[in-house]
Design a protein around this ligand. Sequence first.
Ligand SMILES: [Zn+2]
Length: 193
Amino acid sequence: MNQEQILEHFRDTNALLEGHFILSSGLHSSKYLQCALALQYPSDAAKFGRAIAGHFINENIETVASPAIGGLIIGFAVAQSLNVRFIWTERQNGEMTLRRGFSVKKGEKILVVEDVITTGGSTRECIAALEKRGARISNAASIIDRSNGAAETGVPRIALVNLDVPSYTPEECPLCRQGIEAVKPGSRQEVEK
Ligand SMILES: [Zn+2]
């Protein structure tokens, strides 16, 4: 599966919209990503899982971990493909932590998987929560890297697709300047209401 085939799947499922969007941050962008739409069918999620797992087949990964909620489906799919354990971190009072009785061994070799990396923030928080408990995070991975390689996670990282998605303040947005109407795609919050 190459980058273009993956993007085609994202467009076909409306997981990648192109136009003029107002992001939840208030910034404007010509692209909008909602990865969950690309993973609705388990067979698609499994395909992306195998593609990511292929990069780590000889790495003796013991466990795959993901930050909830975004990383859950793809993390599970990668773990299934590598035939290893899958756990996740989630927020408690704002802090990313390991709950539900999940534990890690000292030195356990873990791959952290997310759906989309933007700034790398939730991957870094997931890594920190696991390292605090003695695990060793060897790598990080995502389906999409919308920082086009710029996001730092502190560990070697791969993405199936690298996207350069510039965002602008409304004042400096070139699409606004062209008079194209900006739309606000359904946000996660709106869906959860
Ligand atoms: Zn704009």
